[in-house]
Design a protein around this ligand. Structure first.
Ligand SMILES: [Zn+2]
Length: 249
């Protein structure tokens, strides 16, 4: 049994020290941003093992989380890089917990013999975000973790196989459009127009469909969008973008 202590005198989300205590639920919350300070418990569980008990001290503003099993088991040691590296992406807490839980299974199944920890982590982030419709582009993972797209996808296949993950083919083009438009520095007018167009045109490849829709919408709204920038931000080649625009004009 191990115990981890948390300081509840400061909000981990916004830094405010204006912390309240909900008697009924026995939990601390931030009076400024509303964050519940116990919301990271799933992450704690994913990192350290099953939580046995949570003790809250209202006066000292401390939370003690009792965890079953021994901290720093051999598996636990192998998990350390995952905890550090996942912080490079500002993922929602529930996604982070899910990714770490899956990473733990991957470590337990010794999948680290076939792929590096970073490759496994990237693939899991990619897979989980895609499933939850949160746009994380492969190019961001490539850049953050300096690994190639091919390795991420190959590792993803292994994880789908060995961890029994569901294969996801559908990606939400709208989310990608919103993300790319904001990266380009334009506002939601362009995004709304692009989404409308994307619902009408037929291009199988979702990223190409997103990029072509944005370009056509830009033209309609008389905005100057460089094909080169658009292709780069969409994670497709400029040639593919030009070719598909030509077909739709
Ligand atoms: Zn706060």
């Amino acid at each position: 049994m191990g115990i981890i202590y948390f300081d509840a005198s400061k909000c981990t989300e916004c830094g405010s020290e204006n912390i309240g205590f909900n008697e009924q639920r026995a939990e601390f919350f931030c009076r400024d941003c509303g964050f519940v300070l116990m919301d990271n418990l799933p992450v704690v569980e994913a990192q350290h093992g099953k939580i046995e008990k949570v003790l809250v001290n209202k006066n000292t503003k401390r939370i003690a989380v009792m965890i079953k099993g021994i901290l720093r088991s051999p598996i636990e040691k192998k998990m350390v890089p995952f905890y550090a590296e996942i912080k490079k992406f500002a993922l929602p807490k529930y996604i982070e917990a899910e990714v770490l839980t899956l990473a733990r299974s991957a470590v337990e199944k010794k999948l680290t013999m076939s792929f590096s920890k970073i490759e496994i982590l990237s693939s899991l982030i990619y897979h989980t975000c895609k499933r939850e419709n949160i746009p994380v582009l492969i190019k961001d993972l490539e850049k953050t973790y300096s690994i190639g797209k091919k390795r991420i996808l190959k590792c993803n296949n292994l994880l789908i196989d060995r961890l029994g993950l569901k294969r996801i083919n559908e990606i939400n083009v709208e989310n990608y459009i919103i993300r790319i438009v904001s990266d380009l520095g334009f506002n939601c007018n362009l995004a709304a127009e692009s989404i409308q167009i994307s619902n009408k045109i037929k291009i199988d490849h979702p990223l190409i469909r997103a990029a072509v829709s944005i370009w056509l919408a830009g033209k309609r709204l008389k905005l100057r969008i460089k094909k080169k920038d658009l292709a780069k931000l969409s994670g497709i080649s400029e040639a593919a973008l030009r070719r598909n625009i030509k077909r739709k004009l």
